[in-house]
Design a binder for this molecule. Structure first.
Ligand SMILES: [Zn+2]
Length: 47
């Protein structure tokens, strides 16, 4: 995933920064995980 794109993404739940870990997007603040599909983050809250 493009690092620049990762930089502008924010967690939809807490607006925190996110990082790519183990093929997923992980929020650095609340640790919610978001799937990566075809290199596009699926930023949906599934609570
Ligand atoms: Zn978050």
């Amino acid at each position: 995933m493009d690092k620049d794109l990762l930089d502008i993404l924010a967690c939809p739940a807490c607006q925190g920064g996110v990082a790519q870990e183990n093929g997923q997007i992980v929020c650095l603040i609340c640790r919610r995980q978001y799937a990566l599909r075809d290199s596009i983050a699926v930023m949906m809250v599934n609570d």
